[in-house]
Write a protein that binds this ligand. Structure first.
Ligand SMILES: [Zn+2]
Length: 466
């Protein structure tokens, strides 16, 4: 898996601690180490070689046989709260997150009601999350066609980043036409805001879909053809050029193609860009979409086997900054419309609970990815991107004691009953995983005990960045 380092004792407080996590293999900034972690007031107060904290006092959490990881920071989820409780809410979404080893989620501004595109709607989202979340959370605001002047105020009220689409994203979330995106990025540069972009070319995808529908081409392959790689690449090229010219910080959300990663790599010297992909683009192919249908429908869509392997190559060589779930809930009925038409199926994959075991299985076990690289992709880098580092995303003295105990030896198969999000569908059902979340702690409190949620709704806290 990875080599084990010695850990020099770092003890900031003498104890007794509120809890001590003992017996695990801890993912420290300097590598995996057989170490014990002492927690005081929700913060990591000691990191010492195994046994060094024996007898100091404090509730003992036995992590024998487990990796102790900084809890995942999922930079991209849609929890639909407030407004669409039949799909998800902050309680069920964050419960699924905790069961997946996620200690912090960054919730997207669309696919709730109302969409978060103003200070007023941001405050509604904050209230919903404060009542129901069981893990910590930060919030994206939206960059839409008429709110460029409001971005700075939303940042001042807690938004850590801003999401824009280059293509249709729903009637309540107008997409950023090129002139809007350009003005938005100029404002983002001025105010040092981060803008994340969903990259697909509107003119091409919309006209492809119109033509397909008119010809009664309603299948999975027709959907894939309408969202062919060129539609993603055209939008990425345009967005990267705007990032270069404006100098704004731009995050390319959910890249599906190795060619997107290469484009980002090429401009890194001239532009402040980062790139994200998602587990489903690393695990499923277009053939899986034809088999699984609605449950795997998302935009941009899953790609060819060749693209999946090309994407892995770039994940493994360090060219990808962040892996996020893009957890996008819907009801079972929305995935199975009466028409049977692929166009009428809701687009979005539910994956916040399966991201960590899926990446451990397919990355660490099957492709030789180090645990340290996994931690960088799902914890450290997203925390840095969102301005939450080093409070989140790392196991070191002074950081929040957000810890995931992950047992790498357990083999298990996902069943619908295991899913804690509201609607029990997932393309991962029936898939075998290696490694399972045994507990998730947020600020030293156990939120998930390996079977169920043990924290109260509303115990999660808002994070507003650096
Ligand atoms: Zn999304």
């Amino acid at each position: 898996m990875s080599k084990v380092n010695d850990v020099p004792a770092r003890i900031a407080a003498q104890g007794p601690f509120s809890c001590i996590i003992t017996g695990g293999l801890v993912a420290t900034p300097s590598g995996l180490a057989e170490a014990d972690v002492g927690v005081t007031d929700g913060k990591i107060a000691a990191l010492a070689a195994r046994g060094c904290l024996d007898g100091v006092g404090g509730r003992v959490v036995d992590a024998s046989g487990c990796l102790v990881l900084p809890a995942v920071v999922d930079a991209h989820v849609h929890f639909n709260d407030p407004g669409l409780p039949d799909r998800e809410d902050m309680r069920t979404g964050t419960a699924a997150a905790a069961a997946g080893g996620v200690g912090t989620v960054v919730d997207m501004p669309l696919s709730g009601a109302p969409a978060v595109t103003s200070v007023e709607t941001l405050e509604l989202k904050k209230r919903a999350a404060a009542e129901r979340a069981v893990v910590d959370y930060a919030l994206w605001g939206g960059l839409v066609d008429d709110n460029v002047a409001e971005l700075a105020a939303m940042r001042d009220h807690g938004a850590v980043a801003f999401k824009a689409f280059t293509c249709f994203a729903g009637d309540d979330f107008p997409y950023a036409r090129p002139e809007v995106l350009y003005r938005g990025l100029a404002e983002a540069k001025e105010r040092d805001l981060l803008v994340g972009v969903h990259c697909e070319d509107e003119a091409l995808t919309a006209s492809n879909e119109r033509a397909a529908r008119a010809a009664a081409k309603n299948g999975a392959r027709d959907f894939l053809d309408a969202h062919a790689p060129i539609t993603e690449l055209l939008a990425v090229d345009s967005v990267l050029e705007m990032a270069r010219v404006t100098g704004a910080r731009v995050h390319v959300c959910h890249a599906t193609l190795p060619e997107v990663i290469d484009r980002v790599s090429r401009v890194r010297g001239d532009a402040r860009v980062t790139v994200e992909t998602c587990p489903h683009y690393l695990i499923f192919t277009d053939a899986d979409l034809e088999r699984l249908r609605g449950v795997l429908k998302c935009t941009p869509p899953v790609r060819s086997r060749e693209s999946v392997e090309g994407l892995w190559e770039r994940v493994l060589n360090g060219s990808v900054d962040v892996i996020a779930s893009d957890h996008s809930p819907s009801t079972v009925a929305q995935k199975n419309p009466a028409s049977g038409s692929f166009w009428d199926m809701w687009g979005g994959v539910q994956g916040v609970q399966t991201m960590l075991p899926a990446l451990f299985t397919h990355g660490v076990r099957r492709r030789g990815m180090s645990v340290e690289a996994l931690v960088r992709l799902v914890s450290e880098n997203p925390a840095r991107l969102m301005g939450l580092y080093p409070r989140k995303g790392v196991i070191r003295i002074g950081s929040d004691a957000d810890l995931t105990l992950f047992d790498p030896s357990v083999r298990w198969t996902l069943t619908p009953e295991m899913l804690l999000h509201k609607n029990k569908h997932s393309p991962y059902i029936g898939m075998e995983f290696e490694g399972r979340v045994k507990a998730t702690l947020v600020r030293g409190r156990k939120v998930y005990d390996g079977e169920k949620i043990v924290a109260e709704p509303g115990s999660g806290q808002l994070l507003t960045g650096a």
